[in-house]
Design a binder for this molecule. Structure first.
Ligand SMILES: [Zn+2]
Length: 74
């Protein structure tokens, strides 16, 4: 279940919330539903299928642009 980070357009409060398809998130501070979605902690459902192959690097685990094993040098 994805966790989304929102910023309230009304009062500026930022918060994270679990989002279910059947519920509309509201601001815990002023309960406004005029929210700006900032980012998702997990991949967005719509883009996960497209992002996964591109993010998988040659080493198969980190997607480091410098190539196989580059992630281990850091
Ligand atoms: Zn608010």
């Amino acid at each position: 279940m994805p966790i989304y980070e929102y910023a309230c357009r009304k009062c500026g409060q930022e918060f994270e919330t679990l989002v279910r398809s059947t519920t509309v998130p509201d601001c815990p501070h002023c309960h406004s539903t005029e929210l700006e979605k900032k980012l998702s902690v997990f991949a967005k459902p719509g883009s996960a299928a497209q992002a996964a192959p591109a993010a998988a690097g040659p080493c198969g685990s980190c997607g480091h642009p410098d190539g196989p094993g580059a992630c281990r040098l850091n």
